[in-house]
Design a protein around this ligand. Structure first.
Ligand SMILES: *Cc1c(COP(=O)(O)O)cnc(C)c1O
Length: 375
C-alpha cells in the first residue's frame, strides 16, 4: 500500500497532465502574467460552477474577505460577528480594517455558526454600543452553514452576510450552491482547499452587479475608468494568470473529486456509526459538503492521533486554540463563554479524506481509528 497522506497533490497532478502543463505553457508564451485571458475565463467558469452571476478572482482567500468588507463599507469601530472556531483570517481581516470582531460560538454537530449564535451576537453589540456591519459565517470543513437561519436572526439589523466559503466551494444547502447563499461569498484556492492552485488565490462570488463592479475596482487599487483614475482606496489583490491556468486545468476533475470525497466520507461515517469513543461528523440531510476535512471528535485525542501516526495515518488538528484565546484576539468582545468552541478545540481530529485515497487506504484508516479508540 502507498503511504497515506493528508493530501495527495502528486497523484492529482499525474492525472491532470498533459493538460495542466499545456495550460501553464500557454501563459508563458502569451506573457500576460497579470490579468491575462485565463483570469477572465476562470471567472466565467466559477460563475457557471457556483450559479452565482459574478465571480471576481483575487490573490487569496484573505484578500477575498478584505475585498468584501471594503465593498460593504466597513468603517473603523464597526462590529462584525465571526466564529471563534475558525482559521485566523476570518477575524483578522475585520481587525486589520479597524473593525471589531465579535466572537460567537458554533453548533456542536456542524461546527458552524447558528441562528442562535447570531442572536447572542446582536445582544452583545447592543450592550457594548457597537454598530453591526456584517456577519461572517464559516462553512467549516466544507459543511455549509445555515444561512436562512442566520438571515432570520439578522432581520432588521442592516448587517450583510459574508460567507467564508474558503473550505466549501462546490458544496450546497437545500439545492442552492455555495456562492448563491449569501449576498457575498469569499473563497480560497490555497493548495490544501478543495479547489486549490499552486500558490495563493481566491475569489468573491455575488449576484449583485453594483457589488461586483465595486469589487473589481477595489482589487486594482480602487481604479475608476482607467489605471490612473482612482475613485476609492483599494488593494493590489489580483489573481496571477498562471494560477488561473492551474485552476482551469483542475476544474476538469473538480466535480469528480467532490464526488470521491463524498463517497469516502459516507463510507467513514457508515462504518464509524456506533463505534464507542469516536463521533463522526454530522451531515444534515439538506447539505452536501465539500469535505475539505473529515473531522472526528474523540475524548482522548492525543492517544488516537499517536496511534494513527504509528499506523501510518497522518492526522491534523483544526484548530487547537480558538481565536478568542489567541494573544492577538483575546481582547475582542465575545458572546458568553464559547463552551462549544472550547470543547471542540480539545476534541477534534481530522483524518485523510482526499479524493485519491484507494479503497485499501480507506479501509486502513478505518481499522486504525477503530483499533485506536478500543485500546
Ligand atoms: C484558508 C482559509 C482562509 C484564508 O484563505 P487564504 O487563501 O489562505 O488567504 C479564510 N478562512 C478560512 C475558513 C480558511 O480555511
Amino acid at each position: 500500500m502507498k503511504p497515506i497522506q493528508l493530501l495527495d497533490l502528486a497523484t492529482q497532478r499525474a492525472r491532470l497532465e498533459p493538460g495542466l502543463s499545456e495550460r501553464m505553457n500557454r501563459v508563458l508564451e502569451h506573457g500576460s502574467f497579470v490579468m491575462g485571458p485565463e483570469v477572465f475565463e476562470l471567472e466565467d467558469r466559477l460563475a457557471e460552477l457556483t450559479g452565482s452571476r459574478f465571480a471576481i478572482s483575487c490573490a487569496s482567500g484573505t484578500d477575498a474577505l478584505i475585498l468584501t468588507l471594503l465593498a460593504v463599507g466597513l468603517r473603523p469601530g464597526d462590529a462584525v460577528l465571526v466564529p471563534s472556531f475558525t482559521f485566523a483570517a476570518t477575524a483578522e481581516v475585520v481587525a486589520l480594517l479597524g473593525g471589531v470582531p465579535v466572537f460567537v460560538d458554533c453548533d456542536p454537530h456542524t461546527f458552524c455558526m447558528s441562528g442562535a449564535d447570531v442572536s447572542g451576537g446582536l445582544d452583545v453589540c447592543r450592550s457594548e454600543g457597537l454598530e453591526l456591519r456584517a456577519v461572517i459565517p464559516v462553512d467549516l470543513f466544507g459543511l455549509v452553514a445555515d444561512y436562512s437561519a442566520i438571515a432570520r436572526a439578522l432581520e432588521g439589523s442592516g448587517a450583510t452576510i459574508i460567507a467564508d466559503a474558503a473550505q466549501s466551494l462546490g458544496a450546497s444547502r437545500s439545492g442552492a450552491r455555495v456562492g448563491t447563499l449569501a449576498p457575498l461569498t469569499a473563497t480560497s484556492f490555497f493548495p490544501a482547499k478543495p479547489l486549490g492552485c499552486y500558490g495563493d488565490g481566491g475569489a468573491v462570488l455575488t449576484d449583485d452587479p453594483d457589488l461586483a463592479a465595486t469589487l473589481r475596482s477595489l482589487r486594482v487599487h480602487g481604479q475608476g475608468t482607467d489605471k490612473y483614475d482612482n475613485v476609492r482606496i483599494g488593494i493590489n489583490g489580483r489573481l496571477d494568470t498562471l494560477q488561473a491556468a492551474v485552476l482551469l486545468a483542475k476544474l476538469e476533475t473538480f466535480p469528480e473529486e467532490l464526488n470521491a470525497r463524498s463517497e469516502i466520507a459516507a463510507r467513514y461515517t457508515a462504518e464509524l456509526a456506533g463505534v464507542l469513543g469516536v463521533e463522526a461528523p454530522l451531515l444534515p440531510q439538506e447539505v452536501t459538503s465539500a469535505w475539505a476535512q473529515y473531522t472526528l471528535r474523540v475524548s482522548d485525542r492525543d492517544h488516537l492521533s499517536k496511534h494513527l501516526l504509528s499506523k501510518g495515518v497522518p492526522t491534523a488538528v483544526y484548530y487547537p486554540v480558538p481565536l478568542h484565546r489567541q494573544p492577538a484576539y483575546a481582547h475582542f468582545p465575545r458572546v458568553g463563554t464559547l463552551d462549544v468552541t472550547n470543547r471542540l478545540a480539545s476534541t477534534v481530529l481530522s483524518v485523510p479524506v482526499h479524493p485519491y485515497l484507494t479503497t485499501e487506504q480507506q479501509t486502513h484508516v478505518l481499522s486504525a481509528v477503530k483499533e485506536g479508540v478500543a485500546t
